[in-house]
Ligand binder design. Structure first.
Ligand SMILES: NC(=O)c1ccc[n+]([C@@H]2O[C@H](COP(=O)([O-])OP(=O)(O)OC[C@H]3O[C@@H](n4cnc5c(N)ncnc54)[C@H](O)[C@@H]3O)[C@@H](O)[C@H]2O)c1
Length: 255
């Protein structure tokens, strides 16, 4: 409790799945949480759930794929709270594709949300953090940035690009007190995967179970602990790492 007391935090993709569970954990640890997501209705309901439990939350409907939306959301955050201590770039879409068939428009759509959405968050979080000479930026990557799965090239490239950008920025902004890290979940049972199971069939979840050393998928709330750690001052000397929360997936051969 209270490991994030007094911290102003912003989480993208906070209305559902991992982002919502991280928002809940941040609130429980004493942080104020700006919740960003694309669908206004779902966001309102998710924020209300945390507010009823006593959380200090500010929901802002915003598409991370839009520069004007993101600029306005960060401005509203600063107008409301006057500072920003932690950014969790979590929003993403999961769209498979085939490199021989994908169109430029399909590549641009995915990269605009999953990679450039992260760039936008960093761009607007840095000025207040640099003024404070302190900040923690956590980018939600994936083990998919390190492993090969057929037909997920663009998604994996966005996650791999995010990991490279994180290391780059950790070096560049470390002297000014800003920490950058990525967090790489294994397969987690969230609406994103529930939709995929609907589209691809029950074999998907059977494969997910086999893929992890622990013999099961993760739950959305199992990513929280690592995220609270990276957001809190307990990780004050941790920067430029990729923290895998993957049930041992990366130690097994490809399934
Ligand atoms: N679920 C997994 O197995 C898994 C594994 C590895 C990494 N991840 C990563 O974790 C993060 C969260 O995944 P999840 O499974 O909880 O997803 P989810 O689909 O369950 O939730 C995604 C959230 O992002 C929001 N969102 C999507 N597009 C957006 C946009 N353009 N602008 C603003 N908000 C947007 C949605 O509204 C929702 O709140 C993603 O970055 C995903 O790539 C997930």
């Amino acid at each position: 409790m209270n490991r994030l007391e007094g911290k102003i935090t912003l989480i993208t993709g906070a209305s559902d799945g991992i982002g919502f569970e991280v928002a809940k954990a941040f609130v429980n640890e004493g942080a104020a949480v700006v919740m960003i997501a694309r669908g206004a209705e779902k966001l309102k309901a998710s924020a209300a759930q945390l507010a009823v439990a006593g959380g200090r939350v500010l929901p802002i409907p915003c598409d991370v794929g839009s520069t004007s939306d993101m600029k306005a959301a960060f401005q509203q955050t600063l107008n409301t709270f006057g500072r920003l201590d932690v950014l969790v770039n979590n929003a993403a879409v999961a769209i498979p594709g085939d490199i021989t068939e994908d169109s430029d428009a399909e590549w641009n759509h995915l990269l605009n949300i999953n990679l450039l959405g992260v760039f936008r968050g960093i761009k607007y979080a840095l000025p207040p953090m640099l003024k404070q000479k302190k900040g923690s930026i956590i980018n939600m990557a994936s083990v998919q940035g390190d492993r090969s799965w057929d037909h997920w090239t663009t998604y994996a490239a966005a996650k791999g690009g995010m990991k490279a950008a994180t290391r780059q920025l950790a070096g560049q902004y470390g002297p000014q007190g800003i920490r950058f890290n990525t967090l790489s979940p294994g397969a987690i049972d969230t609406p994103m995967n529930q939709q995929r199971a609907k589209d691809e069939g029950p074999e998907l979840y059977e494969m997910y179970q086999r893929m992890h050393a622990l013999g099961r998928m993760g739950t959305a709330d199992e990513v929280n602990g690592a995220c609270v750690f990276l957001a809190s001052d307990e990780s004050s000397f941790v920067s430029g790492i990729d923290l895998a929360v993957d049930g041992g997936l990366l130690v097994l051969p490809r399934n």
